[in-house]
Design a binder for this molecule. Sequence first.
Ligand code: KIV
Ligand code: ZN
Length: 407
Amino acid sequence: MAQKISIFDTTLRDGEQSPGCSMNLDEKLRMAHQLESLGVDAIEAGFPIASEGDYAAVRAVARECREATVAALCRTSAQDVLRAAAALEGAAHPRIHTFVATSDLHLEYKLKKTRAEVLEMTRLAVLLARDYAEEVEFSAEDATRSDVDYLCAVLAVAVEAGARIINVPDTVGYSMPTEFSKLVRIVRERVVGDRNVQISVHCHNDLGLAVANSLAAVDAGARQVECTINGIGERAGNASLEEIVMAMKVRSDQLPYETSIDTHQIYPTSQLLSTIIGCSVQPNKAIVGRNAFAHEAGIHQHGMMSNPLCYEIMTPESVGVPNNKLVLGKHSGRHALALRYEELGYTLAPDEVSAAYGRFSELADRKKRIYDQDLIALLSAVSRASQQPLCEGGAEVVQWRHASSYT
Ligand code: KIV
Ligand code: ZN
């Protein structure tokens, strides 16, 4: 039977930390509801000690999301742990996620602590966190550049103190897949053994290997993967949720694992995030990019018409990409427009369709091809004309009724 891989989404924490991707409380809540519709196992909602806003956002997500586990990040100081615990009050499934760096580089230059001190910080933080939450995750930041024996010693202390999940992050995206899977195997053998402790991985994409490393780790025994929508995150980003999930689905012959993700919600979730943070996905991005299912070359088009399997390894529908056979242009009517919005996850009232249609017609006169991103941007323009922007600081976004908020 296929083994279950838990999907830990950190779009609202690591993703949000990347330049231009910050979200306010309402935006985080909307994303969190959509992440629940997508079926993620855990939502890391923020870093409560970082700011009042982050604290309030984690608190709101913790209270509203009743299905998924809600995690709050903290360093190892008591103040940090207590702030995370307070933000999680009222959560149906709370998880305190505490972390400290374990590489000598970070110990010497960032923490200015000895190895013995970091071991003790780990023990105390996990013990304290366990007073407030059954489920505690411990992360060894910069694990892939840490001395392996020391890394295992720190992780073992965390497990002894009560951590149920131990995370092995490739914080700077430095590892290679074979090397990373070897590390995960060592942690499994030396630290976990037959204990009921889950190994998690958290890979950054500095060398473009975050997804490959995550999958290699799963093969070596990791059972939780930390990832983000559209792969957003610090610097070059985190492992992309959509790529990990679809790799496991499309190549189940090689990767016999299952997740609880409803893949049809992948594209609407990706689009919602782009709209909220005002940052579109690169056109050739796997799974959710504008060109991921586009076929322009004649020979490809011919193959596609004969049998889509010639050039498509998954259907656009399977990841929730609307059926683009209906090309929207200046001759399209209101119904087609409303239908496309529906497919994109936005339910518009008749007056909203009319407002959007007016703008759509103007655009269609100027532009040959209207993309989904244009339609979503149109919603923002319509809102600007009729009302005040809804968010301060971040991207202007419209509070249209996104279908997923009702499911
Ligand atoms: O990249 C990293 O190491 C992190 C930890 C806090 C898990 O984001
Ligand atoms: Zn990270």
